[in-house]
Write a protein that binds this ligand. Sequence first.
Ligand code: IFM
Length: 411
Amino acid sequence: MPDRFLWGVATSAFQLEGSPNADWTAWDERLRSKPNVTNHYSLYKKDLKFLKELGVNAYRFSLEWSRIQPEEDQWDTEAVRHYQDIVDILHGEGIEPMLTLHHFTHPRWFLEKYPWHEDRSVKKFLVYVEKVVSTLRGVRYWITINEPYVLLLGGYLDGCMPPGLREPASAVKALKNMLLCHGEAYDILHSLNQGAEVGVAHNMAAIAPCRFWHPLDRALSRIAMFFYNHSLIDAFLNGTLRVRFPFKKAIEMEIPVKGKVDFMGVNYYTRIHLRFNPFRKMGVELRHQDEDGHGLTDTGWEVHPTGLERVLRYASKLKVPIIITENGIATRDDQKKIKFIKAHVDALERCLENGIDVRGYFYWSLIDHYEWLRGFDTRFGLYTVDFTTFERKRTSAATYYSYLINKNLKS
Ligand code: IFM
């Protein structure tokens, strides 16, 4: 392992804290009976003690924008102080904070008045960025936007996430605006924070045709691989975003983000198989097949550790350090969780042996949380949460991860 390798766990604010003013609170009625989610906003000091127990040297977490700016013209300084307290506690324990500015949720006013497909969204997001970056102290690693393509697919193509649209043309505009925001936020961060390391967290999946012999399955896989995995990386490489949906003409846009990434954050979970089906949207049917025989996860995803090597190889084209900003499994079976972690850390070691510059690994997630499309049944946590009593319990996967970190930090 390289010196100063970041061994961490990752979380996002809304998934632990909820927030009364967030768009998702209005969107998902399951949150009405559990508005505080894990009650982490009150219990954060206790939860942060788990980090010490695990022995991680880094912690990725996010700001809940709707707590900081509940109304367009209102800033909650108490909320900013809360997140500053987390940063200070981490420093006190010798743990490196990595802070995500945007992790899927928005204040309700933003979604209503400035959704991402409107150009005026850019200015509004940057006001928030400038405010928090000029206030918070002691953060070196920043992630501007978590999984922009997931938000795009969920919010603008599939309609299963706010704003619930199914409009490819709006999706393209939203992506352009999010990337413009990344570029501008990159400059703001570097001008206000000497020594900042700025990246995005890009969800990358292994993608394969369902039927290898079928030309349309293969063509769809190539298109999906190019769009979902590669186009963002290519935009950072050459400043051009190329978007292509199946059976549509490709669109090219110049976006000033060339070179504006100090590290590439990769979130990796699974492999997706694609099958041409004329009765599905854009002719694409998505499947999870248990080809390696590891068994599917509780989210129905395939466990496919070698896919991590493939996606990291592509990300390494950028020639900046790569950080695995998320990798995890939803299961109540601790042994399965342990095997998942081991298999993916083995894959990461093979990447290092092959010269890929990986500088960190963050397991998703520290504790069980609210999962966007699935609610409260999926268990990604190294510590379980009882969503009624808010009791936390350590799993044996936590013990295993802690052993693994210790072994690597000492060697
Ligand atoms: O819980 C999510 C997280 O918010 C973003 N990446 C994927 C995780 C699991 O679905």
